[in-house]
Ligand binder design. Structure first.
Ligand code: PFF
Ligand code: NA
Length: 454
């Protein structure tokens, strides 16, 4: 396509969008718990190793593919080799599935942000998320008719997502991220500053950073580090290929990949500090060891945090900021996942962006309704588990093996990246992608299978 949409003139638009996709719930609720469970301070060694040997090299590869072939993921793969189009569709399918439950979590964040005004999220009763009036909120008193109340914010999320996607790359996606990401950063910084000045913060941080060096020889810890990096950088979801296909011809690919990688990790570290400072506060308040209050995922955000925040001064205010940051981080990631199939559909069927948004987004919207109730949470957990442990690992494995071993295009891609980038890629880049990454992903798959089958 000659007149392919592009990001605005400066590199900022693309970077904000890429960072917006990367920075998400994975940074806020996945990283802190994963690091803690895998050696605390010692986890930073495998984590940095994974960032440098797989995360950034893969990001460079995906950026180069998008930039070179200027197409969505399926079409980019088919341009590399006809038989590889399915790899792109596999990635798009994973993103589509995620985009059917991710908005439900964002909708919860909206409701909790709203509840913050009256600290009505169950206060010190963490069970309210499940059995109180929340997940099965079908209370006709609340809205006057019998629907799970989360439907309303869910529709708000979809209206926002489809609105920005419908407006296109520069006026929609770029604009949204240029607003959301700086706001997210400021809001989060306020929370972290408040968190580290709470009594008990020090104990929390101590528990977080205390290195358990004995763990570093465990394969499981390394798998966790690579898993976190893949998920956190939105790699193998077709996102980064799609986003980089909108880069202007003159763009420094390698530099952009390093900036995205380090920005995402910095945000992860910041979140780890914030979360553990708050957990330390809770531990001290209830005189329990920090280890016993650590949690990640939905439980951390919607049960543990509300409980802790309600014990803090100005709890409504900080509760609002916290859920607002979940909302901002989630929405920018949600936009990126959905853009993968918008772009894919547009190219495959030669339809307009508007039509692709209507059909693709409409279908995802309808499916998302099934997740928006109490039964939905279990379903969401299961789907999320399989997507993360098999879907993405497989997509990553297919991708690197296809590029490095079947198409043998690493040299080609390296040349392309070098032709536009200041930093030149060496043989290390091809070793990381041709050998290290496939070996790790293969090992990861086997480990996951072993755990699930036993
Ligand atoms: N990279 C995001 C995070 O760390 O939270 C998560 C994510 C976003 C995963 C978008 C997948 C995705 F398609
Ligand atoms: Na991330």
């Amino acid at each position: 396509m000659e007149n392919r949409s592009q990001w605005g003139g400066s590199r900022l638009g693309f970077l904000m969008a890429a960072i917006g996709s990367a920075v998400g719930l994975g940074n806020i609720w996945r990283f802190p718990a994963t690091a803690f469970e895998n050696g605390g301070g010692a986890f930073f060694v495998p984590y940095l190793f994974a960032l440098l040997t797989a995360g950034i090299p893969l990001l460079i590869m995906e950026y180069t593919i998008g930039h070179k072939y200027r197409s969505s993921s399926p079409r980019s793969f088919s341009k590399i080799s006809k038989g590889m189009e399915w790899i792109g569709w596999w990635q798009v399918l994973i993103s589509f599935v995620i985009s059917t439950y991710y908005p439900v979590i964002i909708a919860w964040a909206i409701m909790y942000a709203y509840f913050s005004f009256g600290t009505q999220w169950g206060g010190d009763d963490p069970t309210s998320f499940f059995v109180g009036d929340f997940l099965n909120l079908a209370d006709p008193g609340t809205f006057g008719f019998i629907v799970p109340a989360v439907m309303i914010p869910l529709i708000v999320v979809w209206v926002l997502v489809l609105f920005f996607l419908g407006r296109g790359v520069k006026k929609g996606i770029e604009l949204a991220n240029k607003i959301f990401i700086p706001t997210l950063f400021i809001v989060f910084l306020i929370i972290v500053i408040r968190a580290v000045t709470l009594p008990g913060a020090f104990e929390g941080l101590n528990a977080f950073f205390e290195p358990d060096w004995s763990r570093i020889t465990e394969g499981k810890v390394w798998v966790a580090a690579y898993g976190q990096i893949f998920f956190s950088l939105s790699i193998a979801f077709a996102i980064m290929i799609t986003y980089s296909s909108y880069l202007p011809k003159k763009s420094d690919i390698t530099n952009n990949a390093f900036i995205t990688g380090f920005a995402n990790s910095s945000f992860e570290l910041l979140a780890g500090i914030g979360v553990f400072a708050v957990l330390g506060f809770m531990a001290v308040q209830s005189s329990t060891p920090v280890e016993e209050v650590v949690k990640g995922g939905v439980g951390l955000a919607f049960m543990v945090f509300p409980e802790i925040i309600s014990q803090m001064p100005a709890s409504g205010f900080f509760g609002f900021l916290f859920f607002a940051s979940l909302f901002l981080a989630g929405l920018s990631s949600m936009i990126s996942i959905s853009e993968t199939y918008i772009a894919g559909l547009q190219e495959k069927f030669s339809i307009s962006r508007g039509k692709a948004v209507t059909f693709g987004g409409g279908l995802a919207f309808i499916v998302s309704l099934f997740f928006a109730n109490q039964g939905g949470l279990n379903l969401l957990d299961t789907v999320d588990y399989f997507i993360n442990n098999y879907g993405v690992a497989l997509a990553g494995l297919f991708e690197v093996v296809a590029i490095a071993w079947f198409a043998r295009s690493l040299k080609d891609l390296q040349q392309h990246a070098d032709s536009v980038s200041d930093i030149k890629l060496g043989i290390w880049w091809r070793i990381c992608l041709g050998i290290i990454t496939p070996a790790i992903l293969g090992y990861m798959m086997l480990q996951n299978l072993k755990t699930d089958l036993s």
